[in-house]
Design a protein around this ligand. Structure first.
Ligand SMILES: Nc1ncnc2c1ncn2[C@@H]1O[C@H](COP(=O)(O)OP(=O)(O)O)[C@@H](O)[C@H]1O
Ligand SMILES: [Mg+2]
Length: 254
């Protein structure tokens, strides 16, 4: 069904179709600069970020509050516009997509997870997971319900499917958000402080879910300010004052 759907539409293709050319990295950021224009003047939140991520990596972006982590994530997901530079994922230049291309491209290719879960309170957990499927129209309704249930099973919440988000714990909400991020089976998962509101034991279950996804071949980029999580990543990029530090660049582009 995905193949038919893609034949019908024009514009950027899912990165799942990217087989690489043996030379370029899967995800490439080049000289990414972000300047916020505020009433108090311009503020440069990213000062020229270069980074490569390969398929199947679990990359941690680590830095203190205010370092520029969320800004960087928003450049990767296209949620916000970069000022100058390049963000490429697969064969798509993310920064060149217009708003409608971006929404569809993101829906097909990225699962995004936030610190505050961002579940819709009026919907059941199951319906929350189904939302991105409805938006991208990849599945027929019955199929999407089955797939959403399967995703809830994957995160261990099948028996809570009919409950509203208010009836489950923070860790469970985040597991639902991860199930929702997997709705369209995206190759890339991006998470901004997904464990920021969770105790360390609960946080560990979330990390284990991400590790499992990486084992399935997904690429996961996760932001945190928590140094204790560093050993869990396959690679760590450190950011301070809008720049990558500590030799994070050494592994790149060489
Ligand atoms: N919309 C915005 N307008 C102006 N400044 C911003 C905006 N968003 C973030 N900043 C500033 O950019 C810097 C980096 O912010 P952010 O990326 O949110 O950091 P982190 O996620 O690492 O805590 C901070 O100094 C923050 O105040
Ligand atoms: Mg942040």
């Amino acid at each position: 069904m995905l193949a038919d759907y893609l034949k019908r539409r024009t514009g950027p293709r899912p990165v799942a179709h990217w087989s690489g050319n043996g030379r370029d990295p899967f995800i490439q950021l080049r000289n990414v600069v972000k300047v916020y224009h505020t009433g108090a003047g311009d503020f440069t939140a990213l000062k020229g970020i270069d980074a490569d991520v390969e398929q199947g990596e679990f990359v941690g972006i680590v830095g203190r509050s205010g370092a520029g982590k969320s800004t960087l994530v928003n450049m990767i997901t296209g949620v916000d516009h970069l000022t100058t530079g390049l963000v490429r994922i697969g064969d798509t230049l993310v920064h060149e997509l217009n708003e409608s291309e971006m929404a569809l491209w993101r829906g097909l290719n990225l699962g995004v997870v936030y610190q505050s879960f961002e579940l819709l309170p009026m919907l059941s957990l199951l319906d929350n997971v189904m939302l991105p499927m409805d938006f991208c129209g990849l599945y027929r309704p019955r199929r999407s319900r089955q797939w959403a249930m399967q995703l809830l099973r994957q995160v261990g919440l099948e028996e809570h499917a009919r409950k509203p988000p208010t009836d489950v714990s923070g860790g469970e909400k985040q597991r639902v958000a991860i199930a929702r991020a997997l709705a369209n089976d995206p190759p890339v998962i991006v998470a901004d402080e997904p464990t920021g509101n969770l105790d360390s034991v609960t946080a560990d279950t979330i990390i284990q879910l991400f590790v499992g996804l990486v084992e399935q071949g997904k690429t996961v980029i996760m932001v945190t300010h928590d140094e204790a999580l560093v050993p869990r990543f396959s690679r760590t990029l450190r950011i301070a004052d809008g720049e990558l530090v500590n030799g994070a660049q050494q592994a790149l582009g060489s």
